[in-house]
Design a protein around this ligand. Structure first.
Ligand code: NAD
Length: 437
């Protein structure tokens, strides 16, 4: 099939490459010329494991091209909208400027029977509104909402082998003409057994925001338990193992630490609260305010703990922050808790050095006032405290004996509770985890 993918960021670039891998003829379109130049040269414009190899593989087949010209969408049967939906400045709601611009820009190039497929995360009600815009101009086109659940760091495999597909179509029925067309797009994963659910527009939109709210709640739940464990002298990691053995609870997403960040969970739960307010259902989501507050409190807690580790004052202390990305295997620093903590420490007088295997270019654009060091060994030199804030494997694998020789004072705060505390203590370190004695 001929497919266009509008918006080639973390979601869209991977989606375009994966659609070509599935055998379709794909054009990726973005307003960002730099991104399009990189992608056209089969270079990934951001770090995502396996993406660059996939770009090479599919571009050799001639099935994948990139352009900044939206008219290249003409002739495609399916058009995926993958543009960003960031938080509005100074408000909780989602900024739909990009989704609206992409959809309106696409309309002149639609033909009868075309399917516009929204993948961006949007407030409930957006699909119905955009569907009216599309069908006013091209009555025989269809608009589907097909939310995306990929995880950065696993985006390629999550796109090629997703857990499930959700198709939100106008009448919510299996017989809607767009269902068969999307089935053809996803024929390979569907034939491998990926479940697919057909719903109306609002249900499909809500599936995505509900999923993200649940995940955020699970993380804040265990972080709230970490606060209680700290007060009571208990160990949240063992607590998580024990409650996670109940398969109604499950162990995944129950790691206490510095909390969630990134370009999705924080802005999605805020946009969900804002939208529920507009719908008169704000009471239903007041708990998300607490989820957000618990999450933000983690960052201040780490600053306090670092001050304690440094003997009561941060002034002039050399702090090395291991990790800048919001999670390992990604260079995404949007709302990264690691960088937010680094910036707060610096504001309070610490001399902060941040290191990360992939995210330093993005980090230095966002927080130019911080000091960055590419080499981990150099970043460790003469530190008064190490803070492990993004759990890259190379930081998990650090040798506490070797590291102790380089730093000034062997203090470590394990913001992700991933290190073996007894091993670090045995090597002479003062070790602090979160929610652990
Ligand atoms: P991103 O910022 O990395 O990418 C968005 C891209 O859209 C940018 O490259 C931008 O230049 C482009 N763009 C903006 N306006 C455009 C226009 N009018 N025409 C063409 N291109 C345009 O964002 P992202 O992380 O890829 O997220 C995109 C959407 O997917 C968001 O709604 C997000 O919530 C959702 N989502 C993201 C992920 C993820 O892990 N990143 C997962 C699931 C869902």
């Amino acid at each position: 099939m001929r497919i266009s993918v509008i918006g080639c960021g973390y979601l869209g670039a991977v989606h375009a490459a994966c659609m070509a891998k599935l055998g379709h003829e794909v054009v990726g379109i973005d307003v960002d010329e730099r991104k399009i130049l990189e992608l056209s040269a089969a270079r990934a414009p951001f770090f995502e494991p396996g993406l660059e190899e996939l770009l090479h593989e599919v571009q050799e087949t001639g099935r994948l091209t990139f352009t900044t010209d939206l008219s290249a969408a003409q002739g495609s049967a399916v058009h995926f909208i993958c543009v960003g939906t960031p938080q509005k400045k100074g408000e909780n709601g989602a900024d739909l400027t990009f989704v609206d611009a992409a959809t309106l820009g696409l309309i002149p190039f639609l033909s009868p029977g075309d399917v516009v497929v929204g993948k961006s995360t949007v407030p409930v009600g957006t699909a119905a509104r955009l569907s009216t815009l599309v069908t006013n101009q091209e009555p025989n086109a269809h608009l589907v909402w097909n939310p995306e659940f990929l995880r950065e760091g696993h985006a390629v495999s999550d796109t090629l082998q997703p857990d499930r597909f959700v198709y939100g179509v106008g009448d919510g029925s299996e017989e809607h003409p767009a269902v068969a067309i999307l089935d053809e797009v996803y024929a390979t994963p569907l034939s491998a057994g990926t479940p697919r659910l057909v719903s109306d527009h609002p249900t499909a939109e809500l599936v995505k925001t509900a999923a993200n709210s649940f995940l955020a709640t699970k993380i804040s739940f265990i972080n709230a338990m970490a606060e209680v464990c700290e007060a009571a002298g208990a160990d949240v990691a063992l607590l998580a193992d024990a409650i996670g053995m109940d398969d109604r609870i499950g162990r995944k997403f129950l790691n206490a630490g510095i909390g969630f960040g990134g370009g999705c969970l924080p802005k999605d739960i805020r946009a969900f609260m804002a939208r529920a307010g507009e719908l008169g259902a704000d009471q239903a989501l007041t708990f998300l305010r607490e989820v957000d507050a618990i999450n933000m409190r983690r960052r201040t807690r780490v600053v306090e703990l670092t001050r304690e580790l440094c003997g009561g004052s941060l002034m002039g202390k050399r702090i090395t922050v291991l990790g800048a990305a919001f999670k390992p295997e990604s260079d995404d620093v949007r709302d990264s808790p690691a960088l937010s903590i680094a910036a707060q420490l610096q504001l309070q007088g610490a001399v902060v050095t941040v290191t990360d295997p992939e995210a330093l270019p993005n980090a230095s654009r966002r927080f130019p006032e911080l000091h960055y060091e590419e080499q981990t060994e150099v970043a460790l030199e003469r530190a008064d405290a190490l803070l492990l804030l993004t759990e890259w494997q190379e930081y998990r694998d650090l040798d506490p004996y070797e590291a102790a020789l380089v730093v000034d004072t062997p203090n470590i705060l394990d913001g992700r509770n991933v290190l073996d505390a007894s091993k670090w203590r045995a090597a002479g370190w003062t070790y602090r985890g979160l929610g652990r004695p």
